[in-house]
Design a binder for this molecule. Structure first.
Ligand code: BEZ
Ligand code: FE
Length: 291
């Protein structure tokens, strides 16, 4: 094409693909470019605005390290991570939600009923439920990789005061599929705001808060792994999660309980609880892998 115009540049781009381009790559690049070109035409984007956008990416590149990925955070606050997630979320099981950047591999295994609080003070919660298939059959041998913030709103990887694996734990269910542990109630926290994503949130009048949550990765043989989170129904940020992670079936009530009602056996804290606590009941349904 010798006379590229504002109107024919998209078709010109599409005509440049080689015949042996991978079909899926071609589909993705065609759609991405169509939308990008239309975005530039629709907004009548100026050089200065285009360069400001590129600057977000330049700054993201500079601040990104193996421990901190600003590009993923950008995708999170734009809602793109959640959209990708929902594209592949199962309809027969518990909803998935964003992984976030604070999961660490090789969480230490804990016996069922363990207490994750360490030396931390905070409202005690008892979290329990069943891992099962869509027919309600319990899944034995399922693993639950759990992580959360400490009461100061920081994950262990963000906080030099915490042990590497504080508030990270791996549980394995028995034949009954049940799981149970105690911990402190997680708190609402902000996503990192010291990079270009923080600047963008600020410039668009958005806050950086996420509702408090417990993260789960649940796996069982023959079933699709599930990355999800559970939220309390009274969190002030539930309807405005800055990374769009909330789904109706992941919102649970934290039920207030008297100290005397703490289970007398089966938990590391049985017989040791003298303050009121809350109970979180969260069953997890995993979808069988289709054969
Ligand atoms: C998180 O829940 O840990 C998280 C998710 C997305 C961005 C930042 C944090
Ligand atoms: Fe989180």
């Amino acid at each position: 094409m010798r006379n590229v115009t504002r109107d024919n540049i998209t078709d010109t781009f599409l005509s440049y693909f080689g015949d042996d381009t991978n079909p899926r790559l071609r589909e993705i690049m065609e759609s991405l470019t169509r939308h990008l070109h239309e975005f530039a035409r629709e907004t009548n984007l100026t050089h200065a605005e285009w360069n400001q956008g590129l600057d977000i990416l330049r700054q993201a590149g500079k601040i990104t390290t193996p421990q901190r990925d600003e590009f993923v955070l950008l995708s999170d606050v734009l809602g793109l991570s959640s959209l990708v997630d929902m594209n592949h979320s199962s309809t027969s099981g518990t909803s998935s939600s964003v992984l976030g950047p604070f999961h660490i591999s090789n969480a230490p295994p804990y016996p069922m009923g363990a207490d994750l609080r360490g030396d931390y003070e905070g409202e005690l919660i008892l979290v329990q439920g069943k891992v099962c298939d869509p027919d309600g059959n319990p899944l034995g041998g399922a693993t639950l990789d759990i992580w959360q913030t400490a009461p100061n709103g920081l994950y262990s990887s963000q906080d030099p005061e915490q042990d590497e694996y504080s508030f990270h734990a791996l549980f394995t269910t028995g034949d009954d599929g049940l799981y149970q542990f105690t911990t402190v109630r997680p708190v609402s926290y902000t996503v990192p705001t010291d990079g270009p994503v923080g600047t963008l949130l600020n410039a668009t009048g958005r806050h950086p808060w996420r509702p408090s949550h417990l993260h789960y990765i649940v796996k069982a043989d023959g079933h699709m792994p599930l990355v999800t989170e559970v939220f309390p129904d009274d969190d002030p940020y539930l309807d405005e999660d800055t990374v769009f992670g909330v789904r109706e079936d992941l919102v649970m009530s934290y039920k207030p309980q008297k100290a005397a009602d703490f289970p007398a056996s089966g938990l590391a804290l049985s017989g040791k609880v003298d303050s009121d606590f809350s109970r979180v009941d969260f069953d997890i349904v995993l979808t069988p892998v289709s054969t």
